[in-house]
Design a protein around this ligand. Structure first.
Ligand SMILES: Cc1ncc(COP(=O)(O)O)c(C=O)c1O
Length: 462
């Protein structure tokens, strides 16, 4: 979707596709531009560019520039199926690479602890207003550095250490920050958890039963690996019945919620947290949204509670992504994510693969490899060999450790940004199924890798 010649200017153009005369001229211009930049850099009139151009980086730090280039190549030549990843737009990247990185702005817009924030204040306010409009919420704090930070701030505001929390179990699809014993949430709070049934679905009656028995102070819904629609209304009824706060973590489905393709928790949840870099397709970061009555407390929990100075360059990137997500093209994009995921899961099932919960209702799914006697760790590595990036993931009641697992999670936000459609997902499913079955045959894997590369070449990235 970004295969637009404009982008080449950010990542060094592809002169191979030009006629030779233009190619020489282009290279000459590039050379001139490089000399000009070096002159400016070494001379007095050097102006910092607002976009981190690779040429500039190369001139200062060739080691980092080379690795960035290699990473670009890796992204261009592999099929990205990590469900929590995406490719941001050049505009988002441009915003993140600006002079805003230079500014300290502890506090909130128009209430800072530092001077010189008049522009920063407007940028952060824009991001807040766009988040409020897009998700239909009273208040948005756009400062959390990440999704885990957003969740931590909600815990800090709503709970005291030792309070009871009911969240989804990590091995059933929850997130570390929803109460895992190795995370702050599990270390400092009393955690009880719910899981999924044999069909991979949340059993809401069971959640209600646990809530009545345990009387948690906060219930968390939202997941890292759940392929069904979440019934936020039902969660709210359960929370109300036991007098608990409801926190909805929409990190994974934020793009679908923004596009109206998944029900929104906004009318129900006391707190809605999200990351901005998954299906929402923004920069890496988090947002907390809440009802007005919690606004002050949430803001204080973020700063000075758990963070110092906000990353205003990233907040600018969030503002851009939120604007992009409000456009009709984004709705089309989100629709295609869901179509692609549905097609991928259907085709994998046709290929005799097992999917937790069957055909997905959102953007992701988990391959259950127990039937093939293979582990998630092994198959994620095999997929990498054939040019597909995915992550190992536990399946419900997984006999393997979280480091080995019996599953591989697959998601479609990134490939959809790239332009993949249903036919491409069918081909991808065939490649995955063959890779699982022929995982020991180097020749078969080579052949599959060529097929992956062909798909990537069909949709050039950046
Ligand atoms: C549901 C959920 N919440 C929170 C997070 C944490 O986000 P981050 O990695 O930005 O801290 C994730 C990340 O995968 C997630 O899936």
């Amino acid at each position: 979707m970004y295969n637009n010649p404009e982008l080449n200017k950010y990542f060094g153009g592809n002169s191979e596709s030009m006629p030779p005369i233009y190619c020489k001229f282009y290279k000459f211009c590039k050379y001139l531009a490089f000399i000009f930049l070096m002159y400016n850099y070494l001379g007095k009139n050097f102006k910092r560019t607002t976009i981190m151009e690779l040429d500039i980086l190369r001139a200062v730090d060739p080691a980092v520039a080379e690795l960035v280039e290699k990473e670009l190549k890796r992204q261009q030549t592999t099929i990205e199926l990590i469900a929590s990843e995406n490719f941001t737009s050049p505009a988002v990247m441009a915003a993140c690479g600006t002079v805003l990185t230079n500014k300290y702005a502890e506090g909130k817009p128009y209430k800072r602890f530092y001077n010189g924030c008049e522009n920063i204040d407007q940028i952060e306010t824009l991001a807040q207003e766009r988040a409020k409009k897009l998700f239909g919420v009273d208040h948005a704090n756009v400062q959390p550095h990440s999704g885990a930070q957003a969740n931590m701030a909600v815990f800090m505001y709503a709970l005291k250490p030792g309070d009871k929390v009911l969240g989804m179990d990590l091995s059933n699809g929850g997130h570390l920050s929803h109460g895992s014993p190795v995370n702050f949430s599990g270390l400092y709070f009393d955690v009880v958890s719910y899981g999924v049934d044999e069909n991979g679905c949340i059993d809401y009656d069971n959640v209600a039963e646990i809530a009545r028995r345990e009387k948690p102070k906060m219930i968390i819904c939202g997941a890292s690996n759940y392929s069904k629609i979440i019934d936020f209304k039902r969660f709210k009824e359960i929370a109300d019945e036991v007098g608990a706060f409801l926190m909805a973590d929409i990190a994974h489905i934020a793009g679908l919620v923004a596009a109206g393709l998944h029900p929104s928790p906004a009318p129900y949840a006391d707190f809605v947290t999200t990351t901005t870099h998954k299906s929402l397709r923004g920069p890496r970061g988090g947002i907390i949204m809440c009802k007005e009555k919690h606004a002050l407390g949430i803001d204080k929990a973020v700063f000075p509670g758990i963070q110092g100075g906000p990353l205003e360059h990233i907040i600018a990137g969030k503002a851009v992504a939120l604007l992009e997500a409000s456009k009709p093209e984004f709705k089309q994009y989100a629709e295609q994510i869901v179509k692609n995921a549905k097609t991928l899961s259907e085709e994998l099932i046709n290929e005799a693969m097992e999917i937790v919960g069957g055909v997905t209702e959102n953007h992701l799914m988990t391959l259950d490899l127990r039937k093939y006697n293979k582990t998630g760790k092994d198959i994620a590595n095999v997929l990498e060999k054939v040019g597909i990036t995915a992550n190992k993931n536990t399946v419900p009641n997984d006999p393997q450790s979280p480091f080995v697992t019996s599953g591989v999670r697959l998601g479609t936000p990134a490939v959809t940004t790239r332009g993949f459609k249903e036919d491409d997902m069918r081909e991808t499913a065939k490649i995955i199924a063959s890779a699982v079955i022929y995982s020991d045959s180097e020749i078969a894997l080579e052949n599959l890798k060529a097929r992956s590369l062909k798909l990537c070449e069909k949709y050039p990235l950046y």
